[in-house]
Design a protein around this ligand. Structure first.
Ligand SMILES: Cc1ncc(COP(=O)(O)O)c(C=O)c1O
Length: 388
């Protein structure tokens, strides 16, 4: 059987990790891999995570299965964090292996019960298309962002969505758009909500960066307004970035609607899909999140540390955009974008020059992880971008 297989190319972003590691230059800069970095270039464990792990170690007395849908306590606390305390809608959650697991579960449900079509922004996180195609969904695209001018293409997006069929799914990023960092304002969300409501579309909202962009509540404000205004939605939540739990594979998918009966039916189907895929979700990461969200002193400390990361990203962006000067016609927009990523108007040849000549690493798409910069190094690195 294996003889009939052909070798698959390595994921270019994951391959970049190995190439960067092998580079002996001491002033090399990694703007590729999508994890948060501090000023020392380290991807830290939150203090609250360490403290929660100690508590779990001391109190946990069994490793027996939790439940097919995961830990209900975790799901309730996580939905309050994302949907809000006074959420007017009903939500039924299923704990998943990371945000990717949630997206795959959503895709399987859309394939079973929806039109089998999903609309995806151009560009989007590359794994979106991979996950949806693997689940057998047909992918349609809407314009989202113009790279040379660094501007949002909202009119083009709305125009494209007018052509979507009732029941089609639409993927939206809650905040900190990956790869562009282009934020949606409240008025933009209102216009998107309008089209989704009038066309009868089902949004799948991907919330993977709460706390990294406009703020802890601001990053989910558009999501909350949208789900309150339409009959049905799916919300995929990743705890990888907001809690720094990348390798613990922690996340959830929420089915959201106006009645308990509707969301409970959706949940039973999601559990059935999960059962035949990975059976039960991993527990350790969700136990950490539940402990943090349910313990006031850990919660406060976690929020403070998350806020300091957000501030660091914002100030890196401002300094980098200023240091770039007029490198591109709208370089200053990079300072106003949100989260870890920006998509720069670089050619693949320019990306390779930066990598080979200067030890500055990013994928050939030109996406940079701003967190890979150091404040002390911004002027030098911006100078390299200006010189190519
Ligand atoms: C937009 C977006 N969604 C979802 C994910 C999934 O994250 P994970 O599966 O690691 O929780 C990521 C990770 O990079 C992402 O950027």
């Amino acid at each position: 059987m294996f003889e009939r297989l052909s070798r698959q190319p390595d994921d270019p972003l994951l391959a970049l990790i190995g190439i960067f590691k092998a580079d002996p230059r001491t002033d090399k800069v990694d703007l590729g891999v999508g994890v948060y970095r501090d000023e020392a270039g380290h991807s830290p464990i939150f203090r609250a995570v360490k403290a929660a792990e100690q508590r779990i170690w001391a109190s946990q007395d069994s490793k027996a299965y939790v439940a097919p849908e995961g830990d209900q306590g975790f799901l309730d606390l996580l939905w309050t964090m994302v949907g809000g305390k006074a959420s007017p809608v009903h939500a039924a959650g299923v704990q998943t292996p990371g945000g990717s697991g949630a997206l795959r579960l959503a895709a399987d449900l859309i394939r079973q019960a929806g039109t089998g079509r999903i609309w995806l922004g151009l560009p989007s996180w590359p794994n979106h298309a991979g996950i949806f195609a693997a689940a057998g969904l047909a992918i349609e695209t809407y314009p989202y962002f113009d790279v040379p001018s660094q501007t949002l293409l909202l009119d083009g997006m709305l125009e494209a969505l007018q052509r979507a069929q009732p029941g089609d799914a639409v993927l939206l990023h809650a905040s900190c758009h990956n790869p562009t960092g282009a934020p949606l304002g409240a008025a933009d969300w209102a216009r998107i909500t309008d089209v989704i409501a009038t066309r009868g579309l089902v949004p799948l909202i991907d919330s993977a960066y709460q706390g990294f962009g406009a703020g802890f509540e601001g990053d989910v404000a558009g999501l909350r307004a949208l789900v309150a205004a339409i009959p049905e939605a799916l919300v995929a939540v990743s705890c990888s970035k907001s809690f720094g739990l990348y390798r613990e594979r922690t996340g959830a998918l929420f089915a959201v609607a106006g009645t308990t009966a509707a969301v409970e039916t959706a949940r039973s189907n999601l559990v059935a899909i999960a059962r035949t895929s990975y059976s039960m979700p991993p527990d350790h990461g969700s136990a950490i999140v539940k402990t943090i969200l349910g313990t006031p002193e850990l919660y406060d400390d976690w929020r403070a540390e998350l806020e300091s990361m957000r501030q660091r990203l914002a100030s890196l962006r401002r300094s980098f955009a200023e240091a770039l000067g007029g490198r591109w016609s709208n370089s200053l927009a990079i300072g106003k974008q949100e989260g870890m990523f920006s998509l720069l108007p670089l050619t693949p040849a320019e990306v390779m020059t930066l990598r080979e000549k200067h030890g500055v690493y990013m994928p050939t798409s030109g996406r940079i992880n701003v967190a890979g910069l150091k404040l002390s190094d911004v002027t030098r690195v911006a100078g390299l971008f200006k010189a190519i």
